[in-house]
Design a protein around this ligand. Structure first.
Ligand code: FE
Length: 239
């Protein structure tokens, strides 16, 4: 018998894993980064096989991870955690620098970063476990506090995206019911429980052709969160 509630009590940090292959950059948000050995320093990361990063890291034989700071901009989490590098260039319009090994690092959200050379890849079903030897690391701002997975879940109402190793299937019926119950005021703002995106009816969703003045209730059933692709049932009324 499994108790999924207990899964939420496992402590993690949150990291931005990145890599570079022949000038192509990609990265994703991971909570599964951990140190395996001290001498030499060796780290493991878990990456969904469907992610572009899994392909890129397998070929580039290197990866970096940055420790995210507590006040990291939600836009970075949305873009790197909930969008696919197969569809967008996640580093477009983002200020970054290249580490010694060529991995892209976003200084303004990172406390420190680590660059590893891929040493072993272990197939663990849905994910690849990449094990790397530390080749280079740097402290960028030791005064900042690291973002933990608990902070993310409690302060930001964040959930694991479907590709995360720690994803837990939501009670969708219950969630859908909740949305209906709370959908009393048609012009309420709604928040995406997955990524924190706010749907504001006074603005609509111009990128999807939804005009200002469209209530959340009147959005088409196939409308999805513009930031993370979550469905309407993943939104909750605020105000
Ligand atoms: Fe979202």
């Amino acid at each position: 018998m499994l108790n999924t509630e207990a899964f939420y009590k496992i402590s993690y940090g949150l990291y931005l894993v990145s890599t570079e292959l022949n000038g192509r950059l990609n990265g994703y948000i991971a909570n599964t980064v951990f140190q395996l050995t001290a001498d030499p320093a060796r780290f493991a990361i878990s990456c969904n096989k469907d992610n572009l990063s899994a392909e890129l890291i397998s070929a580039s034989k290197k990866f970096a991870f940055s420790i995210l700071e507590k006040d990291v901009d939600q836009k970075i989490i949305s873009r790197f955690g909930y969008k696919s590098g197969k569809e967008i260039n996640k580093f477009e319009d983002i200020e970054y620098f290249s580490g010694e090994m060529g991995n892209p690092i976003i200084k303004q959200v990172s406390i420190a970063y680590f660059e590893c050379e891929l040493e072993q890849t272990i197939d663990v079903g849905t994910h690849l476990l990449f094990i790397g030897l530390l080749k280079n690391n740097e402290m960028l701002d030791s005064d900042k506090t690291p973002l933990t997975y608990l902070d993310y879940q409690t302060l930001r109402n964040g959930k694991s995206p479907k590709n995360a190793p720690t994803y837990i299937k939501p009670e969708t019926e219950e969630e859908a019911e909740k949305v209906v119950k709370e959908n009393i005021d048609k012009l309420s703002k709604y928040e995406c429980l997955v990524c924190g995106h706010i749907y504001d009816p006074t603005i609509g969703d111009p990128d999807s052709g939804i005009p200002a003045g469209t209530s959340f209730e009147d959005l088409p059933d196939n409308w999805v969160c513009p930031d993370c692709g979550a469905e309407k049932a993943d939104f909750q009324a605020i105000d």
